[in-house]
Design a protein around this ligand. Sequence first.
Ligand SMILES: Nc1ncnc2c1ncn2[C@@H]1O[C@H](COP(=O)(O)OP(=O)(O)O)[C@@H](O)[C@H]1O
Ligand SMILES: [Mg+2]
Length: 234
Amino acid sequence: MLDIKKLYFYYGKAKALEEINLNLKEGALEAVIGPNGAGKSTLLRVISGLEEPDRGKIEFLGERIDDLKPHRIARKGIAHCPERRRLFFDMTVSENLDLGAYTLKDRSKFRELRKFVYEIFPRLKERRKQRAGTLSGGEQQMLAIARSLMSNPKLLLMDEPSLGLAPKIKETIFEAIDTIKKGGTTTLLVEQDAVLAMAVSEYVHVLEEGKIEMRGTKEELEKEPRIKQVYLGI
Ligand SMILES: Nc1ncnc2c1ncn2[C@@H]1O[C@H](COP(=O)(O)OP(=O)(O)O)[C@@H](O)[C@H]1O
Ligand SMILES: [Mg+2]
């Protein structure tokens, strides 16, 4: 579904991504883990067209997308749930969800999706008339994910959904990610919290200083001494 080949990206002269190869199949949930500054957000920004790659190729459903503008990429079915959430704080929960569905024409699909996101996050349903700015950090993250789902994406890019959240809320978010996966949405998740990312993902790519240094299934990575030491603390 998503095929990234030999991708390079520089901020000016500083290399942020180096020879990234990544292939994501339809229905998959895979994660990119790595420390702060590894290039995780940059990778998602390049996929969704917010940054233009310097070299390499990105194909989505067999079509090249690396030269398209973000709105064109969004219309092809890629939703980007960015780091630090970027909600419309003065608008209500329900209005934020409406805005997430701006590419969607079909009203019955809209109602179906809204029902689905309220099922995943009952807390949002309870607070649907509340302004987004007054929600807790965890609720804002729920809303950011729910808003991304309202575009009925074929591919969901999620940037650090656990960032800054308490352990209990992190778990709620990751249970929701699991439910979304079961609903069939292909997801590429980017996370510093390797333990959580590895718990939900089928396959994990380890990004360090802009390069994918290792990848494998949870079982494979758990056997690697360096992964244990650096990412799992065991
Ligand atoms: N807008 C920017 N301009 C210049 N350098 C940037 C910019 N954004 C990120 N970087 C640098 O690119 C590298 C990767 O950053 P980022 O993709 O945000 O990493 P991560 O999401 O893994 O923490 C870091 O060295 C960071 O300092
Ligand atoms: Mg980041």
